[in-house]
Design a protein around this ligand. Structure first.
Ligand code: ATP
Ligand code: MG
Length: 453
Protein backbone atom coordinates (compact mmCIF):
# COMPACT_ATOMS: atom_id res chain seq x y z
CA UNK A 1 0.00 0.00 0.00
CA UNK A 2 1.61 3.25 -1.09
CA UNK A 3 0.25 6.70 -0.37
CA UNK A 4 1.86 9.60 -2.19
CA UNK A 5 2.58 11.94 0.71
CA UNK A 6 2.92 15.62 -0.15
CA UNK A 7 6.62 16.63 -0.29
CA UNK A 8 6.40 18.82 2.80
CA UNK A 9 4.74 16.06 4.83
CA UNK A 10 7.45 13.65 3.70
CA UNK A 11 10.06 16.20 4.73
CA UNK A 12 8.63 16.56 8.25
CA UNK A 13 8.40 12.78 8.72
CA UNK A 14 11.96 12.27 7.38
CA UNK A 15 13.38 15.01 9.57
CA UNK A 16 11.81 13.55 12.72
CA UNK A 17 12.90 10.03 11.74
CA UNK A 18 16.50 11.12 11.15
CA UNK A 19 16.48 12.76 14.59
CA UNK A 20 15.64 9.36 16.05
CA UNK A 21 11.85 9.65 16.51
CA UNK A 22 8.88 7.92 14.91
CA UNK A 23 6.47 9.96 12.78
CA UNK A 24 3.38 9.17 10.70
CA UNK A 25 0.69 10.96 8.76
CA UNK A 26 -2.51 10.07 10.59
CA UNK A 27 -6.29 10.35 10.79
CA UNK A 28 -8.47 12.12 8.23
CA UNK A 29 -5.72 12.52 5.63
CA UNK A 30 -5.07 8.78 5.50
CA UNK A 31 -8.79 7.99 5.41
CA UNK A 32 -9.30 10.45 2.55
CA UNK A 33 -6.22 9.24 0.63
CA UNK A 34 -7.38 5.65 0.83
CA UNK A 35 -10.78 6.73 -0.53
CA UNK A 36 -9.23 8.68 -3.39
CA UNK A 37 -10.40 11.97 -1.90
CA UNK A 38 -8.15 14.99 -1.53
CA UNK A 39 -7.36 15.54 2.18
CA UNK A 40 -8.19 18.96 3.62
CA UNK A 41 -5.07 18.93 5.77
CA UNK A 42 -2.31 16.56 6.76
CA UNK A 43 -1.83 15.81 10.46
CA UNK A 44 1.32 14.19 11.74
CA UNK A 45 1.69 12.09 14.87
CA UNK A 46 5.10 11.49 16.44
CA UNK A 47 6.90 9.95 19.39
CA UNK A 48 8.83 13.23 19.82
CA UNK A 49 7.60 15.45 22.65
CA UNK A 50 6.79 19.11 21.86
CA UNK A 51 10.18 20.54 22.93
CA UNK A 52 11.88 17.87 20.84
CA UNK A 53 9.76 18.75 17.80
CA UNK A 54 10.61 22.41 18.29
CA UNK A 55 14.30 21.60 18.52
CA UNK A 56 14.32 19.82 15.16
CA UNK A 57 12.59 22.46 13.03
CA UNK A 58 13.69 26.06 12.51
CA UNK A 59 10.19 27.54 12.54
CA UNK A 60 7.41 26.27 14.79
CA UNK A 61 4.33 27.73 16.45
CA UNK A 62 2.96 26.65 19.83
CA UNK A 63 -0.53 25.55 18.91
CA UNK A 64 -1.48 23.52 21.97
CA UNK A 65 1.71 22.41 23.54
CA UNK A 66 0.19 20.97 26.67
CA UNK A 67 -1.97 18.78 24.45
CA UNK A 68 1.08 17.84 22.43
CA UNK A 69 0.47 19.94 19.32
CA UNK A 70 3.14 22.05 17.64
CA UNK A 71 2.62 23.62 14.22
CA UNK A 72 5.67 23.12 12.02
CA UNK A 73 6.09 25.71 9.29
CA UNK A 74 7.47 24.53 5.98
CA UNK A 75 7.73 27.63 3.86
CA UNK A 76 4.43 29.40 4.40
CA UNK A 77 2.48 26.25 5.11
CA UNK A 78 1.83 24.97 8.64
CA UNK A 79 1.40 21.32 9.66
CA UNK A 80 0.10 20.15 13.02
CA UNK A 81 2.54 17.73 14.59
CA UNK A 82 1.12 16.05 17.70
CA UNK A 83 2.90 13.82 20.18
CA UNK A 84 1.52 10.27 20.63
CA UNK A 85 -0.92 10.65 23.48
CA UNK A 86 -3.59 9.05 25.62
CA UNK A 87 -6.58 11.30 26.22
CA UNK A 88 -8.68 12.02 29.28
CA UNK A 89 -12.18 13.46 28.89
CA UNK A 90 -12.65 16.12 26.20
CA UNK A 91 -13.47 19.67 27.27
CA UNK A 92 -13.73 21.47 23.92
CA UNK A 93 -13.63 20.71 20.25
CA UNK A 94 -10.00 19.73 20.09
CA UNK A 95 -8.62 19.24 23.53
CA UNK A 96 -9.14 16.66 26.22
CA UNK A 97 -8.88 17.93 29.83
CA UNK A 98 -5.67 16.07 30.46
CA UNK A 99 -3.39 14.10 28.22
CA UNK A 100 -0.55 11.71 28.85
CA UNK A 101 2.19 11.34 26.28
CA UNK A 102 3.12 7.80 25.28
CA UNK A 103 5.95 6.30 23.25
CA UNK A 104 3.52 3.81 21.65
CA UNK A 105 1.79 4.60 18.33
CA UNK A 106 -0.91 2.02 19.05
CA UNK A 107 -1.94 3.82 22.21
CA UNK A 108 -2.33 6.99 20.17
CA UNK A 109 -4.44 5.25 17.53
CA UNK A 110 -6.63 3.72 20.25
CA UNK A 111 -7.76 7.16 21.49
CA UNK A 112 -9.13 8.08 18.08
CA UNK A 113 -12.87 7.97 17.47
CA UNK A 114 -13.55 5.69 14.49
CA UNK A 115 -11.64 2.89 12.83
CA UNK A 116 -11.48 4.80 9.54
CA UNK A 117 -9.89 7.74 11.41
CA UNK A 118 -7.37 5.59 13.25
CA UNK A 119 -4.96 4.66 10.48
CA UNK A 120 -1.39 5.96 10.22
CA UNK A 121 1.12 5.85 7.39
CA UNK A 122 4.75 6.49 6.64
CA UNK A 123 6.95 5.24 3.83
CA UNK A 124 8.99 2.88 5.99
CA UNK A 125 6.22 1.17 7.95
CA UNK A 126 3.51 1.50 5.29
CA UNK A 127 -0.08 1.54 6.49
CA UNK A 128 -0.66 0.93 10.19
CA UNK A 129 -4.25 -0.25 10.47
CA UNK A 130 -4.65 -1.85 13.88
CA UNK A 131 -8.46 -1.62 14.02
CA UNK A 132 -9.50 -2.74 10.55
CA UNK A 133 -10.17 0.75 9.28
CA UNK A 134 -9.49 -0.34 5.73
CA UNK A 135 -12.12 -3.04 5.92
CA UNK A 136 -14.64 -0.54 7.27
CA UNK A 137 -13.76 1.90 4.48
CA UNK A 138 -14.43 -0.89 2.05
CA UNK A 139 -17.72 -1.76 3.70
CA UNK A 140 -18.56 1.91 4.11
CA UNK A 141 -19.15 1.63 7.81
CA UNK A 142 -18.58 4.01 10.73
CA UNK A 143 -17.43 1.95 13.72
CA UNK A 144 -15.89 3.07 17.01
CA UNK A 145 -12.37 2.09 17.95
CA UNK A 146 -13.03 -0.26 20.87
CA UNK A 147 -16.23 -0.30 22.91
CA UNK A 148 -18.66 2.27 21.50
CA UNK A 149 -20.46 2.91 24.79
CA UNK A 150 -17.20 3.67 26.51
CA UNK A 151 -16.01 5.87 23.67
CA UNK A 152 -19.23 7.91 23.70
CA UNK A 153 -19.11 8.19 27.47
CA UNK A 154 -15.62 9.70 27.17
CA UNK A 155 -16.76 12.28 24.64
CA UNK A 156 -20.45 12.55 23.75
CA UNK A 157 -19.73 14.70 20.70
CA UNK A 158 -18.44 11.55 18.99
CA UNK A 159 -22.10 10.53 18.56
CA UNK A 160 -22.64 13.52 16.30
CA UNK A 161 -19.29 12.95 14.61
CA UNK A 162 -20.47 9.44 13.72
CA UNK A 163 -23.49 10.86 11.90
CA UNK A 164 -21.35 13.62 10.41
CA UNK A 165 -18.85 11.20 8.85
CA UNK A 166 -21.74 9.01 7.66
CA UNK A 167 -23.23 12.09 5.98
CA UNK A 168 -19.95 13.32 4.49
CA UNK A 169 -18.82 9.95 3.19
CA UNK A 170 -22.17 8.31 2.44
CA UNK A 171 -21.46 5.54 4.99
CA UNK A 172 -23.75 3.65 7.34
CA UNK A 173 -23.25 3.50 11.09
CA UNK A 174 -22.48 0.06 12.42
CA UNK A 175 -25.35 -1.47 14.42
CA UNK A 176 -23.80 -1.61 17.90
CA UNK A 177 -22.46 1.90 17.42
CA UNK A 178 -26.01 3.04 16.63
CA UNK A 179 -27.34 1.23 19.64
CA UNK A 180 -24.84 2.95 21.91
CA UNK A 181 -25.87 6.32 20.50
CA UNK A 182 -29.55 5.58 21.15
CA UNK A 183 -28.67 4.73 24.71
CA UNK A 184 -26.38 7.66 25.41
CA UNK A 185 -27.72 10.49 23.25
CA UNK A 186 -28.87 12.45 26.32
CA UNK A 187 -25.18 12.92 27.27
CA UNK A 188 -25.02 15.48 24.48
CA UNK A 189 -26.57 17.87 27.00
CA UNK A 190 -23.11 18.25 28.46
CA UNK A 191 -21.48 19.29 25.20
CA UNK A 192 -20.91 22.95 24.39
CA UNK A 193 -23.20 24.64 21.87
CA UNK A 194 -20.21 25.60 19.70
CA UNK A 195 -19.12 21.99 19.20
CA UNK A 196 -22.68 20.86 18.48
CA UNK A 197 -23.21 23.70 16.03
CA UNK A 198 -20.04 22.82 14.11
CA UNK A 199 -21.09 19.19 13.64
CA UNK A 200 -24.69 20.11 12.79
CA UNK A 201 -23.50 22.48 10.06
CA UNK A 202 -21.15 19.85 8.64
CA UNK A 203 -24.05 17.41 8.41
CA UNK A 204 -26.28 20.02 6.77
CA UNK A 205 -23.76 21.02 4.09
CA UNK A 206 -22.71 17.44 3.38
CA UNK A 207 -23.82 15.48 0.30
CA UNK A 208 -26.35 13.74 2.59
CA UNK A 209 -28.31 16.34 4.55
CA UNK A 210 -31.07 13.74 4.80
CA UNK A 211 -28.97 12.36 7.65
CA UNK A 212 -30.92 14.84 9.77
CA UNK A 213 -33.35 11.95 9.87
CA UNK A 214 -30.65 9.77 11.44
CA UNK A 215 -30.05 12.43 14.10
CA UNK A 216 -33.77 12.21 14.84
CA UNK A 217 -33.97 8.43 14.82
CA UNK A 218 -31.00 8.07 17.15
CA UNK A 219 -32.45 10.53 19.67
CA UNK A 220 -29.85 13.22 19.02
CA UNK A 221 -32.15 16.02 17.84
CA UNK A 222 -34.32 15.32 20.89
CA UNK A 223 -31.43 16.78 22.88
CA UNK A 224 -29.88 19.35 20.56
CA UNK A 225 -32.86 20.42 18.46
CA UNK A 226 -36.20 19.24 19.90
CA UNK A 227 -37.94 21.57 17.45
CA UNK A 228 -36.92 19.14 14.70
CA UNK A 229 -38.61 16.26 16.53
CA UNK A 230 -41.79 18.32 16.69
CA UNK A 231 -41.53 18.82 12.91
CA UNK A 232 -41.07 15.10 12.32
CA UNK A 233 -44.17 14.48 14.42
CA UNK A 234 -46.40 17.06 12.71
CA UNK A 235 -48.51 15.76 9.85
CA UNK A 236 -49.81 18.08 7.15
CA UNK A 237 -53.26 17.19 6.08
CA UNK A 238 -53.43 19.39 3.02
CA UNK A 239 -53.45 18.83 -0.77
CA UNK A 240 -50.24 20.87 -1.10
CA UNK A 241 -48.36 18.32 0.99
CA UNK A 242 -47.56 14.65 0.97
CA UNK A 243 -45.14 14.49 3.90
CA UNK A 244 -44.99 15.46 7.55
CA UNK A 245 -43.35 18.83 8.22
CA UNK A 246 -40.09 17.05 9.11
CA UNK A 247 -40.01 14.76 6.06
CA UNK A 248 -40.89 17.71 3.82
CA UNK A 249 -37.95 19.59 5.38
CA UNK A 250 -35.58 16.67 4.79
CA UNK A 251 -36.69 16.48 1.16
CA UNK A 252 -36.22 20.25 0.76
CA UNK A 253 -32.69 20.04 2.20
CA UNK A 254 -31.85 17.60 -0.58
CA UNK A 255 -33.24 20.01 -3.17
CA UNK A 256 -31.04 22.96 -2.28
CA UNK A 257 -27.34 23.75 -2.88
CA UNK A 258 -24.85 22.79 -0.16
CA UNK A 259 -24.45 26.30 1.17
CA UNK A 260 -24.54 26.91 4.92
CA UNK A 261 -27.11 29.73 4.93
CA UNK A 262 -29.36 28.04 2.37
CA UNK A 263 -29.32 24.69 4.17
CA UNK A 264 -29.97 26.31 7.56
CA UNK A 265 -32.81 28.38 6.12
CA UNK A 266 -34.26 25.23 4.60
CA UNK A 267 -33.92 23.39 7.92
CA UNK A 268 -35.84 26.13 9.71
CA UNK A 269 -38.25 27.33 7.02
CA UNK A 270 -41.23 25.49 8.55
CA UNK A 271 -39.91 25.28 12.11
CA UNK A 272 -42.96 27.10 13.51
CA UNK A 273 -45.50 24.90 11.75
CA UNK A 274 -45.94 22.58 14.73
CA UNK A 275 -46.89 25.64 16.81
CA UNK A 276 -49.21 27.12 14.17
CA UNK A 277 -51.22 24.10 13.11
CA UNK A 278 -54.98 24.49 13.09
CA UNK A 279 -57.60 22.20 11.58
CA UNK A 280 -59.86 24.23 9.38
CA UNK A 281 -63.57 23.81 8.73
CA UNK A 282 -62.56 22.82 5.19
CA UNK A 283 -61.17 19.61 6.69
CA UNK A 284 -57.53 20.60 6.05
CA UNK A 285 -54.69 21.68 8.32
CA UNK A 286 -53.54 25.27 8.15
CA UNK A 287 -50.39 26.90 9.41
CA UNK A 288 -51.17 30.60 9.46
CA UNK A 289 -48.31 33.01 10.19
CA UNK A 290 -45.73 30.22 10.36
CA UNK A 291 -43.07 32.15 8.35
CA UNK A 292 -43.07 35.17 10.64
CA UNK A 293 -43.14 33.09 13.80
CA UNK A 294 -40.56 30.77 12.21
CA UNK A 295 -38.17 33.67 11.73
CA UNK A 296 -38.42 34.41 15.44
CA UNK A 297 -38.13 30.79 16.53
CA UNK A 298 -35.14 30.21 14.24
CA UNK A 299 -33.45 33.22 15.84
CA UNK A 300 -34.01 31.77 19.29
CA UNK A 301 -32.64 28.38 18.25
CA UNK A 302 -29.63 29.86 16.47
CA UNK A 303 -28.83 32.01 19.47
CA UNK A 304 -29.02 28.92 21.66
CA UNK A 305 -26.61 27.13 19.31
CA UNK A 306 -24.32 30.20 19.36
CA UNK A 307 -24.43 31.00 15.67
CA UNK A 308 -22.87 34.34 14.70
CA UNK A 309 -25.16 37.30 14.06
CA UNK A 310 -24.56 37.51 10.31
CA UNK A 311 -25.51 33.90 9.69
CA UNK A 312 -28.49 34.18 12.03
CA UNK A 313 -29.79 37.35 10.35
CA UNK A 314 -29.41 35.92 6.86
CA UNK A 315 -31.16 32.67 7.78
CA UNK A 316 -34.02 34.25 9.71
CA UNK A 317 -34.73 36.71 6.91
CA UNK A 318 -35.13 33.81 4.49
CA UNK A 319 -37.31 31.86 6.91
CA UNK A 320 -39.60 34.83 7.47
CA UNK A 321 -39.83 35.60 3.75
CA UNK A 322 -40.04 32.10 2.30
CA UNK A 323 -43.77 32.12 1.83
CA UNK A 324 -44.27 35.67 0.57
CA UNK A 325 -45.97 35.42 -2.80
CA UNK A 326 -46.36 38.91 -4.27
CA UNK A 327 -48.27 39.33 -7.50
CA UNK A 328 -45.58 39.18 -10.18
CA UNK A 329 -45.86 42.87 -11.02
CA UNK A 330 -43.07 45.30 -10.34
CA UNK A 331 -44.93 47.37 -7.77
CA UNK A 332 -45.73 44.34 -5.60
CA UNK A 333 -42.38 42.66 -6.05
CA UNK A 334 -40.57 45.88 -5.08
CA UNK A 335 -42.63 46.00 -1.92
CA UNK A 336 -41.88 42.35 -1.15
CA UNK A 337 -38.17 43.00 -1.69
CA UNK A 338 -38.22 45.84 0.81
CA UNK A 339 -40.33 43.83 3.25
CA UNK A 340 -38.15 40.71 3.09
CA UNK A 341 -34.91 42.63 2.70
CA UNK A 342 -33.05 42.88 -0.60
CA UNK A 343 -30.08 41.05 0.94
CA UNK A 344 -32.26 37.91 0.97
CA UNK A 345 -32.38 37.84 -2.82
CA UNK A 346 -31.80 35.87 -5.01
CA UNK A 347 -31.56 33.15 -2.32
CA UNK A 348 -35.27 33.54 -1.69
CA UNK A 349 -35.95 31.96 -5.11
CA UNK A 350 -33.72 28.99 -4.35
CA UNK A 351 -35.57 28.44 -1.08
CA UNK A 352 -38.98 28.74 -2.69
CA UNK A 353 -38.06 26.35 -5.47
CA UNK A 354 -36.75 23.68 -3.11
CA UNK A 355 -39.86 24.15 -0.99
CA UNK A 356 -42.18 23.63 -3.97
CA UNK A 357 -40.25 20.58 -5.18
CA UNK A 358 -40.74 18.87 -1.82
CA UNK A 359 -44.47 19.49 -1.67
CA UNK A 360 -47.10 17.28 -3.32
CA UNK A 361 -47.68 17.35 -7.09
CA UNK A 362 -50.84 19.38 -6.59
CA UNK A 363 -50.52 22.54 -8.71
CA UNK A 364 -46.76 22.09 -8.91
CA UNK A 365 -46.37 23.40 -12.44
CA UNK A 366 -48.48 26.46 -11.62
CA UNK A 367 -46.34 27.13 -8.56
CA UNK A 368 -43.12 26.80 -10.54
CA UNK A 369 -44.46 29.02 -13.28
CA UNK A 370 -45.42 31.69 -10.75
CA UNK A 371 -41.93 31.46 -9.26
CA UNK A 372 -40.38 32.11 -12.68
CA UNK A 373 -42.60 35.15 -13.14
CA UNK A 374 -41.64 36.42 -9.69
CA UNK A 375 -37.97 35.91 -10.53
CA UNK A 376 -38.25 37.57 -13.96
CA UNK A 377 -39.94 40.56 -12.37
CA UNK A 378 -37.20 40.74 -9.73
CA UNK A 379 -34.54 40.68 -12.45
CA UNK A 380 -36.24 43.52 -14.34
CA UNK A 381 -36.24 45.63 -11.18
CA UNK A 382 -32.57 44.93 -10.53
CA UNK A 383 -31.62 45.57 -14.14
CA UNK A 384 -33.41 48.90 -14.14
CA UNK A 385 -31.52 49.81 -10.94
CA UNK A 386 -34.77 50.96 -9.38
CA UNK A 387 -34.72 52.63 -5.99
CA UNK A 388 -35.12 50.04 -3.25
CA UNK A 389 -33.55 51.75 -0.27
CA UNK A 390 -33.69 55.18 1.30
CA UNK A 391 -30.08 55.64 0.24
CA UNK A 392 -31.06 55.44 -3.41
CA UNK A 393 -33.70 58.13 -3.07
CA UNK A 394 -32.99 61.17 -5.29
CA UNK A 395 -33.22 63.49 -2.28
CA UNK A 396 -31.39 63.29 1.01
CA UNK A 397 -32.10 64.65 4.46
CA UNK A 398 -29.69 67.45 3.71
CA UNK A 399 -31.70 68.45 0.62
CA UNK A 400 -34.82 68.68 2.74
CA UNK A 401 -33.10 70.67 5.46
CA UNK A 402 -31.94 73.04 2.72
CA UNK A 403 -35.57 73.85 1.86
CA UNK A 404 -36.30 74.66 5.48
CA UNK A 405 -37.44 71.39 7.01
CA UNK A 406 -36.18 71.01 10.51
CA UNK A 407 -34.01 68.04 11.40
CA UNK A 408 -35.77 65.59 13.69
CA UNK A 409 -38.35 62.79 13.60
CA UNK A 410 -40.55 64.60 11.09
CA UNK A 411 -37.70 64.63 8.62
CA UNK A 412 -37.37 60.86 8.91
CA UNK A 413 -41.12 60.42 8.44
CA UNK A 414 -41.07 62.65 5.40
CA UNK A 415 -38.24 60.72 3.80
CA UNK A 416 -40.16 57.48 4.42
CA UNK A 417 -43.23 58.92 2.72
CA UNK A 418 -41.20 59.96 -0.29
CA UNK A 419 -39.63 56.53 -0.41
CA UNK A 420 -43.13 55.00 -0.36
CA UNK A 421 -44.06 57.12 -3.38
CA UNK A 422 -41.00 56.03 -5.30
CA UNK A 423 -41.57 52.41 -4.40
CA UNK A 424 -44.99 52.74 -5.95
CA UNK A 425 -43.63 54.45 -9.07
CA UNK A 426 -39.88 54.57 -9.72
CA UNK A 427 -40.31 57.33 -12.32
CA UNK A 428 -40.96 59.67 -9.43
CA UNK A 429 -37.41 59.29 -8.15
CA UNK A 430 -36.24 62.71 -9.38
CA UNK A 431 -35.05 65.56 -7.26
CA UNK A 432 -37.47 68.24 -8.58
CA UNK A 433 -40.49 66.00 -8.13
CA UNK A 434 -39.52 64.87 -4.65
CA UNK A 435 -38.69 68.37 -3.44
CA UNK A 436 -42.10 69.62 -4.60
CA UNK A 437 -43.77 66.60 -3.05
CA UNK A 438 -41.90 67.15 0.20
CA UNK A 439 -43.13 70.73 0.36
CA UNK A 440 -46.73 69.66 -0.20
CA UNK A 441 -46.64 66.91 2.38
CA UNK A 442 -44.89 69.13 4.84
CA UNK A 443 -47.48 71.86 4.48
CA UNK A 444 -50.34 69.38 4.80
CA UNK A 445 -49.10 67.14 7.54
CA UNK A 446 -46.66 69.10 9.58
CA UNK A 447 -48.26 72.54 9.12
CA UNK A 448 -47.10 75.12 11.55
CA UNK A 449 -44.07 73.27 12.70
CA UNK A 450 -41.60 75.17 10.62
CA UNK A 451 -41.21 77.47 7.71
CA UNK A 452 -40.11 76.31 4.32
CA UNK A 453 -38.67 78.19 1.44
P1 ATP B 1 -11.96 16.36 8.57
O1 ATP B 1 -11.75 15.95 7.18
O2 ATP B 1 -13.35 16.80 8.85
O3 ATP B 1 -10.94 17.33 9.11
P2 ATP B 1 -10.71 14.53 10.34
O4 ATP B 1 -10.80 13.05 10.44
O5 ATP B 1 -9.40 15.13 9.99
O6 ATP B 1 -11.84 14.99 9.36
P3 ATP B 1 -10.62 16.16 12.68
O7 ATP B 1 -11.75 16.62 13.52
O8 ATP B 1 -9.80 17.14 11.93
O9 ATP B 1 -11.24 15.08 11.70
O10 ATP B 1 -9.68 15.30 13.63
C1 ATP B 1 -8.47 14.70 13.20
C2 ATP B 1 -8.34 13.32 13.79
O11 ATP B 1 -8.31 13.41 15.21
C3 ATP B 1 -9.50 12.39 13.46
O12 ATP B 1 -9.29 11.72 12.25
C4 ATP B 1 -9.50 11.45 14.65
O13 ATP B 1 -8.50 10.48 14.48
C5 ATP B 1 -9.06 12.35 15.79
N1 ATP B 1 -10.19 12.98 16.52
C6 ATP B 1 -10.70 14.20 16.32
N2 ATP B 1 -11.70 14.47 17.17
C7 ATP B 1 -11.83 13.40 17.94
C8 ATP B 1 -12.66 13.07 19.04
N3 ATP B 1 -13.60 13.90 19.48
N4 ATP B 1 -12.49 11.86 19.62
C9 ATP B 1 -11.53 11.00 19.17
N5 ATP B 1 -10.73 11.26 18.16
C10 ATP B 1 -10.85 12.43 17.55
MG1 MG C 1 -8.90 17.27 9.93
Amino acid sequence: MIIALPKKVGFIIDTLTQAGYEAYAVGGCIRDSMMGRIPKDWDITTSAKPPEVKAVFPKTINTGEKHGTVTVMVGREGFEVTTYRIDGEYEDSRHPKEVTFTPDLLEDLKRRDFTINAMAYNETAGLVDAFDGLKDLDRKVIRCVGDSRQRFEEDALRMMRAVRFAAELGFSIEESTQEAIRELSSDLENISAERIQAELVKILVSPHPERMRTLYELGITHVILPEFDAMMQTEQNHPHHMYSVGEHTVAALQQIADDKVLRLAMLFHDVAKPLCRTSGEDGFDHFYHHPKLGGRLAREIMRRLKFDNNTTDAVCRLVAGHDDNPLPEEKYVRRAMVRIGIEAYPAIFEIKKADILSQSWYKRSEKLQYLEEYRACYLRIIKAKQCLTLKELAVTGTDLIAIGIRPGPDLGKLLQELFGEVLEDPDKNTKPYLIEKAKTIYKQEFYGKGSIN
